[in-house]
Design a binder for this molecule. Structure first.
Ligand code: ATP
Ligand code: MG
Length: 429
């Protein structure tokens, strides 16, 4: 697909003002420009500002090569293998700077699998070429902090006004290049209330199986982004409908299909509705709780089987947890620290079932008590277990409030390295 000359929208014709732009992003833009490079804000931040949404991060596109950007900012680091990028760090804020990408198909810097998937893509190009390599038209607008104009190469403004999510180029080809774009389509469609154009929606149903080609490590972050968007419950329905859930969580999907137990679906739905509410109230969310919920149908099914085989409650649950995780890891790489917490949440289900006051005193100070209790309430809500236990624990906590300076007993763990997509506690997508 060839790039067209851009429509240039001048400052008096658009609402994007510097007051809404991160001062750190402006600093990066100006330093790049002063060093003789071209630099623009690009993608989601411009799209969101046009829609009156506060962007969650600011991304920059430039003609400077990653090493040149890195040299200009002592507070930066080079990242990425598949795509080389620079992160410029300002305390907790990270400004991502990407070099314009081109599409020289003969180059060894770009590689594709037989299925059409791009496995390496470090060919640099012009802004025109860069614009057509982006995923959706709405994500391909560039803003210059030098002339304050917006550069539109894909008629993105028309699509944004129409609330239409359009892939740039042929949807099938673009999904084959990078199947994650199917997840992004669903996420943006829910988050922005945009309709995915019909052909692009249809292709998701046809190509959902390609998700198995994506590196499991990359999918962990992408799945978290889906479920901490604030629209996780709606997104889940669309993953079910398109076949993407089956491609991402084959074993859980099989359990749900075969069980004919509506409570498995009800449980995941309840967990995601609960997550959406917590995000709306700016309460903390942990990926471990999300994954503990998403894998629960498998854990619960296997737990029952192990008990039927003669194992006692606790080892049966431990083995069930282990098996459910083993079945999931080839598809999505869940980091070890979260696996540990997931197991604790599951094991808490047995501990909480022994509701005697003497043990309760100990249990309420356990670091995973609160998550385990929330999980228990969801199981009751989904009618997987009879009501009563949850109420007992609710009453126990009301009758025995912890001192206000109480901190749960902590498991000593090293702090995790900072990563851009890892927002461990509060997330606002
Ligand atoms: P948000 O940050 O709200 O999730 P975003 O559009 O900024 O949305 P990012 O993941 O931050 O999404 O990516 C920044 C930009 O990079 C996108 O707007 C898009 O132009 C481009 N981009 C990201 N992922 C892809 C992809 N898989 N294929 C093509 N372009 C992509
Ligand atoms: Mg972004």
């Amino acid at each position: 697909m060839a790039a067209l000359p851009p429509s240039i929208i001048s400052r008096d014709e658009h609402p994007v003002s510097r007051k809404h732009i991160s001062p750190n992003a402006l600093k990066v833009l100006y330093r790049l420009e002063n060093a003789g490079f071209k630099a623009y804000l690009v993608g989601g931040c411009i799209r969101d500002l046009l829609l009156g949404i506060q962007p969650k991060d600011f991304d920059i596109a430039t003609n400077a090569h990653p090493e040149q950007v890195h040299k200009l900012f002592s507070n930066s680091r080079l990242i990425g293998r598949r795509f080389k990028l620079v992160h410029v760090l300002f305390g907790r804020e990270i400004i991502e700077v990407a070099t314009f990408r081109g599409s020289n198909e003969d180059s060894s810097a770009q590689q594709q699998t037989a299925e059409g998937m791009l496995t390496r893509d470090n060919v640099y190009g012009t802004i025109e070429e860069d614009s057509i390599r982006r995923d959706f038209t709405a994500n391909a607008l560039y803003y210059s902090a030098t002339d304050f104009c917006i550069y539109d190469y894909c008629d993105a403004l028309t699509d944004i006004k129409a609330h239409s999510l359009k892939l740039i180029g042929e949807p099938e080809e673009r999904y084959r290049e990078d199947p994650v774009r199917m997840l992004r389509a669903i996420r943006f469609s829910e988050k922005l209330n945009f309709d995915i154009e019909q052909k692009a929606e249809q292709s998701i149903h046809e190509l959902s199986h390609l998700m198995s080609m994506v590196a499991p490590a990359r999918l962990f972050d992408e799945i978290i982004k889906l479920f901490v968007s604030g629209y996780g419950a709606a997104i889940f329905e669309r993953l079910l409908d398109t076949g993407l859930f089956k491609a991402l969580f084959p074993s859980v999907a099989h359990t749900i299909d075969k069980s004919q137990k509506e409570h498995y679906l009800s449980f995941i739905r309840a967990a995601l509705i609960n997550t959406d509410k917590r995000i709306a109230q700016e309460k903390p969310i942990t990926p471990a709780f999300l994954y503990a919920s998403l894998l629960w149908p498998d854990v619960h099914r296997i737990w029952g089987q192990k008990i039927a085989e003669g194992l006692s409650d606790f080892p049966a649950l431990q083995q069930a947890g282990h098996q459910a995780i083993e079945a999931q890891l080839p598809h999505i790489m869940i980091p070890k620290r979260f696996i540990l917490m997931m197991r604790e949440i599951w094991e808490m289900q047995i501990r909480l079932s022994k509701n005697n006051t003497r043990r309760a005193e100990q249990l309420v100070t356990h670091p995973r008590f609160r998550a385990g209790y929330d999980f228990l309430l969801l199981r009751e809500h989904a009618q997987e277990i009879l009501p009563g236990l949850g109420r007992w624990w609710t009453k126990y906590q009301a009758d025995n409030p912890l001192p206000t300076n109480h901190k749960p007993r902590s498991n000593s763990r090293k702090p995790a390295p900072r990563r851009r997509n890892r927002r461990p506690q509060k997330r606002s997508d």
